[in-house]
Design a protein around this ligand. Structure first.
Ligand code: COS
Length: 385
């Protein structure tokens, strides 16, 4: 399908594809096996301007939006869903500053993030607060011109590698969602350490780590927005970042589809290539339709966000659910097309299936996001009646 990308976007996609083919594909299996963070590729992404896409021009970025970020993330993820994640995860940790930060915070942090000199992370999840983001336990207590943070965040993407961490903590536990606040916490701040490095099923080239705060003193000027606005900062951020997860999922699905069609063309059984069997053709047709539906919804949502549409919780959830469910289905079918070889680590396809799974879980499980979609539908019905 033609999505009528402009010349800049076409060039961006071509550049990301080149990097994917030449730099990511040859090393993807090694990074996956060793579970190491791809700093050498981060440098290439930084030199290519991938971290600057969504940052306003006055703060060192190129002032484009979610759509261009999605195009790059999708393309890089065709080659490795783990290596590509440093870009989308940094966007997740940068959006709170872009959306709700003040001018000083933007001037201080955005130029380095745009250049890819420093990475960002977003820390909301805790051991006992995953989907129920309104009930976090990490505490921030005001003391003079500082806040003292205590608590633990888990499963933080880019954790340990990111210099700039957005931490959601409660300043008033009685108030639930209205008692949370958002802080910028720099790596190296006394009282801020890193815990367990997770050994994951997929996206193994990305870093996932615990963030531990023990009497960590954060300057009050590092609060994003006002006290009590942290939950809203988080929700608005996730509305913008979920298309990034959708793009990662879509890229993984497309990458698996590319490999599956190539294999089906060359693999022979019963005296002919298996792509000639209708059973396989129907599978490929379904995979292609699912991928294209996910892509159309993702691009439409991204364009809505860039056009300034305010309430995109429903659309952003829809594109994430659609693309991640598609990724799981398509990668599972791709393994099926490879047959016994698909199950073996010697072949690249099983990695796509492992990488796909997380996209149904993080930045809002697909169950929670279906709830967000349903709530929005009910709200619209009530408004109309
Ligand atoms: N944009 C703006 N406002 C929003 C919003 C959004 N996307 N989502 C919720 N809000 C507002 C609500 O309107 C409500 O405002 P009022 O207090 O003025 O009524 C407030 O925020 C609280 O929302 P709600 O009542 O819906 O809170 P719940 O505790 O029921 O939880 C969910 C809402 C489940 C949607 C939220 O906790 C969530 O998104 N959880 C998943 C978190 C997640 O993605 N975790 C992954 C880790 S982050 S990488």
């Amino acid at each position: 399908m033609d999505y009528f990308l402009d010349d800049f976007q076409k060039e961006l996609v071509a550049q990301a594809r080149r990097i994917g083919k030449e730099k990511i594909r040859p090393v993807a299996a090694e990074y996956d096996r060793e579970g190491k963070f791809p700093w050498d590729l981060v440098k290439i992404f930084a030199d290519s301007g991938f971290y600057s896409i969504y940052i306003p021009e006055e703060y060192g970025g190129i002032g484009h939006g979610v759509m261009d970020l999605v195009l790059v993330t999708e393309e890089l993820s065709r080659f490795c869903g783990g290596i590509s994640l440093s870009v989308a995860a940094t966007a997740l940790g940068t959006f709170p500053i872009v959306i709700s930060g003040n001018d000083e915070q933007k001037k201080k942090y955005l130029p380095d993030l745009a250049e890819g000199k420093r990475l960002a992370a977003f820390a909301l999840t805790e051991p006992a607060a995953g989907s129920d983001a309104g009930h976090i336990a990490t505490r921030a207590v005001k003391k003079g011109d500082k806040y003292i943070l205590n608590g633990t965040k888990v499963f933080i993407t880019n954790g340990g590698e990111a210099d700039i961490n957005i931490v959601i903590a409660t300043t008033d536990p009685e108030k639930g969602t209205r008692g949370a606040s958002a802080f910028i916490v720099e790596k190296g701040t006394p009282g801020f350490t890193f815990g367990k490095e997770e050994d994951k099923m997929g996206i193994r080239a990305s870093a996932t780590r615990e963030l531990i705060f023990e009497d960590c003193e954060v300057p009050a000027e590092n609060m994003i927005g006002r006290e009590g606005e942290g939950f809203m900062v988080a929700m608005k951020t996730l509305d913008r970042s979920r298309p990034g997860v959708a793009a990662q999922a879509l890229g993984i699905a497309q990458g698996a589809f590319d490999l599956a069609t190539e294999y089906a063309k060359t693999r022979e059984q019963f005296g002919q290539s298996i792509i000639k069997f209708q059973a396989l053709q129907f599978m490929l047709a379904d995979m292609a339709m699912q991928i294209e539906s996910a892509r159309a919804t993702l691009y439409a949502t991204s364009r809505m966000i860039d056009a300034g549409v305010k309430d995109v919780a429903k659309e952003s959830s829809m594109c994430k659910v659609l693309a991640s469910d598609t990724a799981m289905k398509v990668t599972t079918d791709a393994v099926q097309i490879f047959g016994g070889y698909g199950y073996m680590r010697d072949y690249p396809i099983e990695k796509f299936m492992r990488d796909a799974k997380i996209t149904q879980i993080y930045e809002g499980t697909n169950q929670i996001l279906r709830m967000v979609i349903a709530r929005s539908i009910i709200k619209d019905i009530n408004k109309a009646s």
